[in-house]
Write a protein that binds this ligand. Sequence first.
Ligand code: SAH
Length: 338
Amino acid sequence: MNLEKFNEILGREPPYRLKQIKRSLFIELIDNWQQATTLSKELREKLTQNLPLSIKAESFVSNDKKTIKALITLEDGQKVETVLLKHKDKRNTVCLSSQVGCALACEFCATGKFGFKRNLTSSEIVTQLLFFARLLNKEGERVSNVVFMGMGEPFLNYDNVLEAVRTLNDEDGLKIGARKISISTAGIIEGIEKLVKEKLQINLAISLHSAKNNVRSKLMPINLKYPLQKIIEAVKDYTNKTRRRVMFEYVMIEGINDRADDAIALAEIMKDEFYLVNLISYNATGVFKPSSGMKIKRFKEILQKQGIEVTQRYRFGDNIEAACGQLAGKHSAKEVEL
Ligand code: SAH
């Protein structure tokens, strides 16, 4: 699907036509132009020829059926992952990729090992969401939340990510509330600075993973370019200007960042009413081991004693390797076209 072709195709059509088309595409969630009955037969034919709606993907469903991972094949044959997490309270979160691969090479991340291939277009980002929106629509449900926590670094593809956010947020389209959309960054400062100026109510998350510069640099080489202090300064400016809370993600890795002194170092820099720490279970990708439940509990207690607000993210989709960039291809995949 290539939504960038829209204007080219609709160039001479009146503006209300675009609204009708958006309605079909993003509200009725059609997967074939013939279903767009508000349009003339001629226009439907033209759109069928020039803007096919099918999305080529393989999907992987977890044993408990709560997590579905889709591996979408793009027009140039590159593949990108997107994940749906179905929560108990009816929320449905889609985790979007922003790039094919990633240039940041974080030690613990499977995508990092894969290297960087290219940026995704905004249409390719929206397509990932449409895949799951169509699937959920068949069950009478919708996508309620969006996180940019799939493959890639969103702030190294800033313009396309923000354009996709606007499409997701569009009142005449998918209508996903800005407050339900989160962008996660490894700490690209220019991105944080630009976001301050957007006047959008979206959420910002920072992948911290260590409050010690030397440990963080080993885990995330990008810390050499954007060190902790600089990131915290940029976040402080962001919270001062936007008055919005910021979530700091912290993947718990055995023996690397999960000791008592790591928690104390973290507590030191988290003393701000706008900050929230999210402890994440590490999905092993071969290099490190996840911290034990007991270690995580102790770590959390130290933070809470210091008055830091802490949440904990449990594992989702273990058996389908739904963590960042982990597709082994050894599972029996079901080919679906939506
Ligand atoms: N590049 C962005 C967004 C993609 S990663 C960023 O770094 O924030 C989304 C989140 O998943 C990040 O917090 C990342 O550190 C984390 N992550 C990566 N690999 C993981 C793994 N194997 N287990 C658990 N979390 C992982």
